[in-house]
Design a protein around this ligand. Structure first.
Ligand code: TYD
Length: 133
């Protein structure tokens, strides 16, 4: 499984850093939705689902976290530790986010509006969906 991590270009000067993200330029899809997770309690693991269509970019804009990616055949763990790193998560990938630092803010750019019908929340069904069972 190929892990695609984008390194965004910070516009830094003596005032600090600024990262700008534009659809189809820095982000490989039209951004239809943005959400973020913060105040994540210690030891929490989030996600536990895949999407049939949705693509995402995950950016830990503050603090750190880890993301487990699973395509049904192979699993990879990716650390997000910098606000200029964006992890691409394609459709049909099971994801779990964990090891959130206390101060973490995990920003998600998504290619689709929220649609519960696009979720696969059962791991066995995910394996069936991707033809690994
Ligand atoms: P949930 O799917 O449990 O988050 P995760 O799988 O990443 O841990 O979402 C938590 C709640 O937020 C749930 O009630 C659905 C709601 N929600 C929205 O209303 N819109 C959204 O875009 C997302 C991602 C979640």
């Amino acid at each position: 499984m190929q892990v695609i991590k984008y390194m965004f270009q910070p516009h830094g000067d003596e005032r600090g850093q600024l990262v700008a993200l534009e659809e189809f330029k820095d982000i490989p899809f039209r951004i239809k939705r943005v959400y973020f997770m913060y105040d994540t309690a210690e030891g929490v693991v989030r996600g536990f689902h895949a999407h049939k269509q949705l693509e995402q970019i995950l950016v830990c804009v503050h603090g750190t976290c880890k993301v487990l990616l699973d395509n049904g055949k192979e699993k990879k763990v990716v650390s997000l530790e910098k606000p200029y790193e964006g992890l691409y998560v394609a459709n049909n990938i099971w994801r779990e986010m964990y090891d959130f630092s206390e101060d973490s803010v995990l920003l998600v750019l998504a290619s689709e509006l929220y649609d519960e019908n696009d979720y696969i929340r059962d791991y066995d069904k995910f394996l069936e969906f991707v033809g690994c069972k």
